[in-house]
Design a binder for this molecule. Structure first.
Ligand SMILES: [Zn+2]
Length: 82
């Protein structure tokens, strides 16, 4: 009887943990879709938004297209004209 109760308790605890993990994973997924990064345009010298992981980005100030490299997963850098 005690064994049964312990087993049941652990099943519930495990389930709660799985729900929590899934919830956290979804937050990260949404975060990575929403997150935008900025780098400086070599043409107009203004900062423009680059979507995470993008290889090409267009400056929203002057319309120049740039090839993008990622110094770190969070830091885009203009490589040259696209
Ligand atoms: Zn620009």
């Amino acid at each position: 009887m005690l064994n049964y109760r312990i087993t049941k308790y652990f099943k519930i605890a495990t389930f709660k943990l799985q729900v929590k993990e899934r919830f956290i994973n979804e937050i990260y997924l949404v975060k990575s879709m929403v997150e935008k990064y900025e780098t400086r345009c070599l043409n107009c010298r203004k900062r423009f938004e680059v979507e995470k992981g993008a290889e090409v980005a267009e400056c929203n100030h002057c319309g120049s297209k740039w090839r993008i490299s990622w110094v770190t997963p969070d830091q885009p850098k203009v490589q040259g004209p696209a």
